[in-house]
Design a protein around this ligand. Sequence first.
Ligand SMILES: Cc1cc2nc3c(=O)[nH]c(=O)nc-3n(C[C@H](O)[C@H](O)[C@H](O)COP(=O)(O)O)c2cc1C
Length: 398
Amino acid sequence: MPWKRRPYTGRDLSAALNIADLREAARRRVPGFAFEYVEGGAEDEATLRGNREAFAALRFVPPTLVNTEGRSLATELLGAPCGAPLAIAPTGLNGMLHPHGDIALARAAAAFGIPYTLSTVSTTLLEEVAKQAGGRLWMQLYVMRNRAIAEDIMHRAAASGYEALLFTTDANVFGSREWDKRNYRTPGHPRLRAALDTLRHPRWLTQVLLRHGIPSFRNIEAFLPPGAANAVGGSTIIPQMFLPTITWEDIAWVREHWPRKLFIKGVLSVADARRAAELGCDGVVLTNHGGRQLDYCVAPIEVLGEIAAEVGDRLTVLIDSGFRRGTDIAKALALGADAVLVGRAALYGLAAAGEAGVRRALEMLTVELDRVLGQLSCRTVRDLGPHLLRGPGVPPSR
Ligand SMILES: Cc1cc2nc3c(=O)[nH]c(=O)nc-3n(C[C@H](O)[C@H](O)[C@H](O)COP(=O)(O)O)c2cc1C
């Protein structure tokens, strides 16, 4: 029989070698509908695929014979020390993947000295995350038709010590994730096939569903009609609650209620980045929402170079969408990003093994990034620059 390469399929986290291995472990542990919720992209999933393909077009040109002993990933974000140029991205419904998913993610982030971003539609109260996890916490904001919800989130996050607000601006018109929708008869009500599939995942069934019940959107529960607070009822109502009339004018309103650092999450053009700077924002997150919103959208890494060149001296530039490897992170830092938000890579760890799984995901990414630094003859993340890259959007260097 010819020799065949096989990915690792066991449960030992230390034997999982990369994020793709963790993804397989996640796929096995949670029911198909929960995995599809994490994995899926909008419509033809062209944006989703493009996020990965864009990294393949960028190649390194490594200098050689440089001493790289004593390398460090340590950096600064928003004027405070950071263990690595990373933060965990905001993701809703984490409690569906693991009990107390938000706390597990936040604790793992704290262990690596990096910020955790809690979603407006999290399954844990923001106060609870602050109490139980500590570390550097950022809050993500969705603005819904009832603006009192956003005001409540901002006031509570400020009172609980959250350091920054990531105002998400690319989901006001909700994306259509068709593969996700196919798992439900009507929003929130799984088809028989999807419901039966949960029986093939007894660990998830007992740890998540039987012990803790259907997860709820705890942060905004008080504002939802009866029966709409949990994942079943909320799936129908929440996508219709987003405020489509939101504009740049509303930054002034956000500023009235949020006294600390402010990022716009959803910027993909130089013009919008410039506008964020002119309006006094502290930073931007270049993102296409991990391919879950607009299909056939540019990958953030493709526009990073031009945006960082324009606003990098005035704004903190963060980026996400498709980051799965240390090489991906190194490419973004070389093109001018201050840090990368980790989305699904952390969720695969969470779904596979809770906090230990998230720690393993962060360990993989930081160990890989450290290795790439060394292979690129760099000692710190500040040594990375466009001179180490070739490809589309990379400014020419000698
Ligand atoms: C399951 C899931 C839920 C998400 N929920 C939110 C959210 O509540 N708020 C938000 O601003 N972005 C949300 N995002 C987008 C992430 O913050 C981030 O932009 C994206 O995951 C980055 O792409 P990546 O997953 O390929 O790393 C979500 C993404 C996923 C995968």
